[in-house]
Ligand binder design. Structure first.
Ligand SMILES: *Cc1c(COP(=O)(O)O)cnc(C)c1O
Length: 395
């Protein structure tokens, strides 16, 4: 019904403008906007996804810091576990990125981050949780650091935004992650992940309008008339905004609480099951529903291939080589099958790995061929020198 609407023309499509406002307000309310400590001025926009939310938060922080502190050669500091969307933002917006290794718990290292701050630093980032290992960074400590240097601090809730507030309500031990934390200037949360909205929906939020106004583009001299656009896209899909609103309204707090309870419980079960496989170990201490695991005994990417042949699609990670599963409602009835298949794959991988040492090198070429055919994602499994691939993936 809303598929031909466009919030660029707010006056024409008033209900879509209202849907966007309500999605933003409902999301903000999950992250402490009603709390006194938030300052009561949280504002934001809907975007096409986590990447656009992050691009906007970075661009806004850059321009806010230029306005406020006169920084013209911007740098940002991110943990190695932060999403690659920050590299994308840095490449698009001419910002130097300093990537800092994570600490022994796979969290952003506050001390090392502090070391990297200089007069050109515009922002730091914390993920709640990070995509690779599902571990929440020390948001309070990073917030204190950011506010002591008067720089921006973005909290990446793309993955955790529609789980953590509910997990906390259910009694899980979730450390502070929202606008109640001093120093947080912006946040991103994906409605199209655990918010269960249609693909192409996310929210970017700011502490106040003073910061957010740096996100907008206003052109006054165009022959096409006065043009004001809040996000990267000009025309925007009203249908997706309506879809996100419908998803949130139909689930409601009860729906999200119920979903979160199920996926948190099954995540704990899967975690326990992985721990019971002696060849595997969990990476870090998962705070939510992403569980990363590796092995000192079997080639974990070989295990991934065998799991693929059984119909499972796991993400391959590096530094250290590992896999992760992002647990969703689909896994609730399938957890036992998953663990059974994983155990079998480890056993098979263990016996096979003794015989085929030569494979790793030939696979680089398989990957390059795959990449040319456009299936860039998820093909990296067995290649050990990923750096070599960077070039091949974009040619
Ligand atoms: C998914 C994700 C992103 C990027 O979001 P897209 O919707 O894929 O653009 C950024 N950060 C984290 C932590 C994520 O999980």
């Amino acid at each position: 019904m809303f598929s031909h609407t466009n919030p660029l023309h707010q006056d024409v499509f008033q209900s879509v403008a209202r849907f966007e406002g309500e999605v933003v307000a409902m999301t903000a309310a999950l992250f402490g906007s009603k709390d006194k400590s938030s300052g009561g001025q949280i504002c934001g926009n809907m975007t096409s996804g986590g990447t656009e939310s992050i691009l906007l938060a970075v661009k806004t922080s850059r321009d806010y810091m230029r306005m406020k502190k006169g920084i013209t050669r911007p740098e940002m500091i991110i943990a190695e576990s932060a999403h690659s969307a920050y590299d994308k933002a840095a490449q698009y917006f001419n910002i130097i990125v300093r990537r800092v290794p994570v600490d022994e718990e796979y969290k952003a290292d506050v001390r090392k981050t502090k070391h990297c701050i200089n007069k050109n630093t515009i922002m730091i980032i914390g993920s709640a949780p990070g995509f690779p290992h599902g571990v929440i960074d020390p948001i309070e400590a990073l917030g204190a650091l950011a506010s002591s240097y008067d720089i921006c601090f973005h909290v990446d809730l793309c993955l955790g935004g529609f789980v953590l507030p509910f997990a906390r309500k259910l009694g899980y031990p979730i450390p502070p992650f929202d606008f109640s934390v001093k120093g947080v200037t912006s946040m991103s949360a994906d409605v199209h992940k655990y918010g269960l909205g249609p693909k192409g929906t996310s929210v970017v939020l700011y502490r106040n309008h003073e910061i957010r106004k740096n996100q907008f583009v206003a052109v006054t001299e165009w022959t096409g008339g006065l043009y004001v656009s809040p996000t990267i896209a000009g025309s925007r899909p009203g249908g997706l905004i309506a879809g996100a609103w419908a998803a949130m309204m139909s689930l409601g707090e009860e729906g999200y609480l119920d979903n979160t309870k199920q996926i948190m419980e099954v995540s704990k079960r899967i975690q326990k099951g992985i721990q019971d496989i002696p060849e595997l170990h969990i990476i870090g201490k998962p705070d939510m529903t992403v569980i990363a695991f590796g092995s000192n005994v079997v080639d974990i990417f070989e295990v991934n291939d065998i799991m693929s042949s059984k119909g499972w699609h796991l993400n391959a990670l590096q530094k250290p080589n590992s896999l992760h599963i992002c647990v969703t409602l689909q896994h609730v009835p399938a957890a036992d099958n998953f663990l059974q298949d994983l155990k079998e794959s480890v056993d098979t991988g263990e016996s096979e790995s003794r015989t085929d040492q030569w494979r790793a090198c030939t696979n680089i070429w398989c990957c390059r061929e795959d990449a040319r055919q456009g299936s860039g994602a998820g093909l990296v499994s067995r290649v050990h020198g990923w750096k070599l691939l960077g070039h091949g993936l974009v040619t």
